[in-house]
Design a protein around this ligand. Structure first.
Ligand code: GLU
Length: 444
């Protein structure tokens, strides 16, 4: 690969980015960056009704949040002239024809074909219409749709993920490229953009494989060279269940609101479904270095959203206070305690949202848990607890004194003290936690 590598991420602004299209964005981004090439953000907004500016902004914010910076933005709505010119060229070359079937008629045709055990491919009836018939139909039904006339040969390409693909064009309907109301459809717009913009590599979901077959022929009809294609498998849930309906709940902004960190998402998505192990990376360079599209497999990729939380926790645990100082201050930790608080708490959070609970516990004290066997032990121990403020030595000297006074040791000594002070079975190291405690409710 060279600097001529150009990739694009081409979302339709009809919704926010979710984990499924993040994968597409990331793969295209990494290919471009690895080759020192260009990464284009292309907004596929030829549908004026469904496209919303709010989503364009949202998509940009989400990509910025992840650090997937684009080199330039292209908008299909600003390139309609180019698409119409390509349509004219296809017309001149005899590869474009107007068809007038209504959706109901098409549906009926499909049902008949299926009943006869035939593939539901458009029968090209419109090719047989005379000019007079077309004029009559236009008067009756308005303008027709424009279909690209496929060449009934095999369409073949070497896919970056799926390897050798061969599709019989006769098994595919001639694609509609312009709607009856004149709206240019994605299939044509994408072909024109990819070839005009010198896109060298297109990575997208395997739901686009048939699209690719038709787009290759449209490119050839326009005298252009097709880019390299790679189709990644679609994500499923952890049990292999379809994720398509749930993707709406896996929007990046929702994950961000839940506290997921960009590098947890990026690290998972850059390797999931490939032969490389998923490892937490904390910088883009190492994600770029280890990325290879050819390492991805064709099998559906299992995705478990809950994996993002421990990864977020591991990412955060490695951060210095300076990286989270604002978050620590925001939950009310006084400046003087910020460093020891972060030091002690960082191994015990999954997201920064957990800071609040830990600080509340330090500030207000926890409701003690005292098990029946410890009903006498805890008051004894509390009587020996020195006065505040506690220091890093408090835990050591106190537990030593409690041990001597009660004869308890090991787990029988430490566990009930932790439960009494924190109200939790597990948590931060007690020696570090003690100086942060402002209140000990168990002391009464
Ligand atoms: N706008 C199309 C989509 O979101 C782009 C597909 C492509 O990458 O060509 O599905």
């Amino acid at each position: 690969m060279s600097a001529d590598v150009v990739t694009r991420f081409a979302p339709s602004p009809t919704g926010y980015i979710h984990v499924g299209n993040l994968r597409t964005a990331l793969m295209n981004y990494l290919i471009a960056r690895k080759a020192g090439g260009t990464f284009i953000l292309r907004i596929d907004d030829t549908d004026p009704e469904r496209s919303k500016e709010e989503y364009v902004d949202g998509i940009k914010q989400d990509l910025e949040w992840l650090g997937l910076h684009w080199d330039r933005v292209e908008r299909q709505s600003g390139r309609l002239e180019r698409y119409h010119a390509a349509a004219d060229e296809l017309r001149e070359k005899g590869r474009f024809y107007e068809a007038f079937e209504t959706p109901v008629e098409l549906d009926l045709k499909r049902k008949k074909q299926l009943n006869m055990g035939k593939p539901p491919v458009y029968d090209r009836a419109a090719l047989g219409l005379s000019e007079d018939e077309k004029t009559a139909l236009r008067a009756e039904r308005g303008d027709g749709v424009w279909r690209f006339k496929l060449d009934h040969a095999r369409i073949e390409w070497n896919d970056g993920i799926l390897d050798e693909i061969s599709i019989d064009a006769a098994s595919v309907s001639d694609p509609v490229l312009i709607r009856g109301d004149g709206q240019i459809l994605y299939t044509l717009a994408s072909v024109v953009d990819d070839t005009d913009m010198g896109v060298s590599h297109v990575v997208r979901g395997s739901d686009h494989v048939t699209n690719t077959a038709t787009q290759i022929q449209i490119m050839q009809a326009l005298g252009k060279t097709a880019p390299n294609f790679a189709h990644h498998s679609l994500l499923t849930g952890p049990q292999g269940e379809a994720l398509s309906k749930r993707l709406g709940t896996l929007a990046l902004r929702d994950l961000r609101a839940q506290g997921v960190q960009p590098f947890a998402l990026l690290s998972l998505m850059a390797r999931l479904g490939s032969s490389e192990p998923v490892e937490l990376r904390a910088d883009m360079e190492s994600l770029i270095d280890g990325f290879d599209i050819n390492q991805f497999g064709a099998a559906p990729t299992k995705f478990d959203v809950s994996d993002l939380f421990p990864m977020t926790g591991r990412y955060l645990a490695a951060l210095p206070l300076s990286a989270v100082a604002q978050d620590v201050a925001a939950v009310g930790v006084p400046d003087a305690l910020a460093a020891p608080f972060w030091e002690v708490i960082r191994e015990n959070i999954q997201t920064l949202k957990d800071l609040e609970g830990w600080w509340a516990m330090c500030r207000d004290g926890a409701e003690p848990i005292v098990e029946a066997d410890d009903a006498e032990f805890i008051p004894q121990a509390m009587a020996l607890l020195p006065d505040m403020p506690f220091t890093p030595d408090t835990w050591g000297t106190w537990t030593k004194a409690v041990k001597e006074a009660t004869g308890r040791k090991g787990r029988g000594l430490f566990r009930p003290l932790r439960l009494a002070l924190t109200g939790q079975e597990h948590g931060p190291e007690m020696a570090g936690l003690m100086p942060l405690l402002q209140v000990v409710k168990a002391k009464g």
